[in-house]
Design a protein around this ligand. Structure first.
Ligand code: GLC
Length: 566
């Protein structure tokens, strides 16, 4: 089977920029398939739509190295694809099995790798495994976390086995009348939790993983991986103070169990059997230190440090310092500012400074420079390259059932707002669909905020993303260099150096002005003698340094990447 991958799929990878360390040096682009491009006019994005727009991602476009597809498997859609009913197939909503193989082939032809989103903590309750398990049919009888009721409650109904709560609200246990037992679910009750302590569950997941690798997939984003294991005796969680039912528990027994690293090592070994592949784990409600601890060779773990900070040089400096300390030299971080679960960063950051409303495009350009020059693999969420912000989706149009069901007590927010369709052109529905109505409404700014318009404007957010990605690709220090924060900067300025551990001439300095005033900045010297020269800026015409290469003057929200000038 591995041979098949070698001859068919991987040989299709043409002119890829990096070798087996692409997952470390390259830029990854997250596609939310329902919202990327609709090829068949049903209002929902699909795989042929992605294929039609690969040039936006390839060499003559953004020039990313890999794309990550949010779930494309058959699903009742209650958690919009994160409730999977068949992990090994393509949802007909998105196209055919052949469309998927064509997407991998066409992406590989452009040197772009393909990463799938694996949802292995739970399945949909419509999954045949769950349907068999609730009827106690072998071999699936114990594949889910089933427990007897703990007596009855005051109204005489079966009482749940313990006090665990669901992240989406309400108890984490639901009673199944068919089986006469409770099953566990960290998310919706329609997303029953698999029991990873059952060896057959692990074996089935590994077989599924191999199936996708054999089809040429280059890696996986692993959904909520640190929730896979729960305490075998489902002990009640200790209490603590907090504003939501979830926050009032210390999640000692339902996440991050001590056996997790061993399980991850086994999963990683299965993936590592296929050279040139990677995984990136989604850490669920964890800390940066927790993410670093679970990061392993060839395998990444998302941390959310950069995603939660307001627009301030001090806040980003603190975030970078904490990340650098946690990951240290031995572990490779990721860099992410937006994804399908969180508010989009352009609008979030623009509104994050009390008493100051920032220009959304300017903040998007400056944030792009920070994202793409961190030590770590950057992940770009579709549309962020246009400076897209959250869209006001009225609650009656929301497609995010957890939010719609739970209402104002929902601990998260209505994720519909950051999942709206990609604007491609100034045409009707921004060229996303020819249907009368897209599956989710588009933003109100798509007449100007779209790919075609921005591609033609050198001062656009898109043009800035292209410039900075090109600078990253041309500068090895920006790909895998060390990061050192520069001291003695003006208050509103953040500067850091990226230097290659092996080549002392390979060095870059990133400087971003966060404040409302322009800033005159004295630059720290490069490692050798001499000064710096500007490689690229958020602005199409970045300012030069002074003649000695040791000072630069930046406008508010302006950023530059400099390289040593010798
Ligand atoms: C992850 C996904 C999120 C989903 C949840 C349950 O956090 O990113 O979208 O709702 O897992 O699968």
């Amino acid at each position: 089977m591995i041979g098949m991958r070698g001859t068919q799929a991987v040989s299709g990878l043409v002119g890829a920029r990096f070798g087996d360390d692409w997952w470390r040096r390259g830029v990854v682009y997250q596609i939310y398939p329902r919202s990327f491009a609709d090829s068949d006019g049903d209002g929902t994005g699909d795989l042929p739509g992605i294929i039609d727009h690969l040039d936006h991602l390839g060499r003559d476009g953004l020039d990313v190295d890999a794309l990550w597809l949010s779930p494309i498997y058959p699903s009742p859609g209650l958690d919009i694809g994160y409730d999977v009913s068949d992990h090994s197939a393509i949802d007909p909503l998105f196209g055919t099995e052949a469309d998927f193989d064509r997407l991998v082939f066409q992406a590989h032809r452009r040197g772009i790798r393909v990463i799938l989103d694996l949802v292995m903590n739970h399945t949909s309750d419509a999954h045949p495994w769950f349907q068999a398990s609730r009827r106690r049919e072998a071999p699936y009888t114990d594949w889910y976390i089933w427990h007897d009721a703990r007596g009855t409650d005051r109204r005489g109904r079966p009482a749940p086995p313990n006090d665990w709560v669901s992240w989406f609200g309400g108890p984490a246990w639901s009673f199944d009348e068919v089986r006469g037992q409770f099953f566990h679910h960290t998310f919706l009750r329609e997303q029953p939790e698999l029991d990873w302590r059952v060896p057959a569950v692990e074996a089935a997941q590994v077989a599924m993983i191999r199936g996708w690798l054999d089809r040429g997939v280059d890696g996986f984003r692993v959904d909520t991986f640190n929730v896979f294991l729960k305490h075998a005796d489902v002990l009640p969680n200790p209490r603590r103070r907090g504003s939501t039912a979830w926050a009032r528990q210390h999640h000692q027994y339902d996440i991050d169990q001590p056996e997790l690293p061993d399980l991850l090592a086994r999963l990683r070994a299965a993936v590592d059997a296929y050279p040139g592949t990677m995984t990136v784990g989604e850490m669920f409600v964890g800390t940066t230190e927790g993410a670093a601890a679970l990061t392993g060779e060839r395998h990444l773990v998302f941390d959310w440090e950069l995603m939660t900070r307001p627009w301030s040089a001090a806040a980003f400096r603190a975030a970078i310092r904490r990340r650098e300390r946690a990951f240290a030299d031995a572990r490779w971080p990721t860099a992410v500012l937006s994804n399908h679960d969180q508010p989009r960063h352009a609008s979030r950051l623009a509104a994050s400074v009390p008493g100051r409303t920032l220009d959304q495009d300017a903040v998007a350009r400056a944030a792009a420079m920070l994202l793409l020059t961190q030590r770590g693999t950057p992940f770009v969420y579709y549309g962020e390259e246009l400076g897209m912000g959250d869209v006001d989706v009225p609650i009656d149009e929301s497609i995010d059932p957890p939010a719609a069901r739970v209402g104002p007590d929902f601990p998260w927010w209505d994720r519909s707002r950051s999942r709206t369709p990609m604007p491609w052109s100034p045409e009707t529905h921004a060229g996303f669909t020819t249907a009368d109505r897209p599956w989710l409404r588009l933003g109100s700014d798509t007449a100007s905020r779209n790919v075609a318009t921005q591609a033609g404007a050198a001062d656009s957010v898109l043009a800035a993303y292209r410039r900075v990605i090109a600078a990253r690709h041309a500068t090895p220090a920006l790909q895998d260099g060390d990061l050192t924060l520069a001291r003695a900067m003006p208050d509103d300025v953040l500067a850091y150096r990226r230097s290659s551990p092996s080549d002392r001439h390979d060095e870059a300095l990133v400087v971003v002005a966060f404040g409302p005033e322009s800033a005159d900045i004295r630059l720290p010297g490069p490692r050798g003698r001499g000064g710096w020269r500007v490689l690229v800026g958020t602005d199409v015409d970045p300012p030069p340094t002074t003649e000695d290469g040791r000072r630069i003057h930046l406008q508010p929200l302006e950023g530059v990447i400099l390289v040593a000038d010798r």
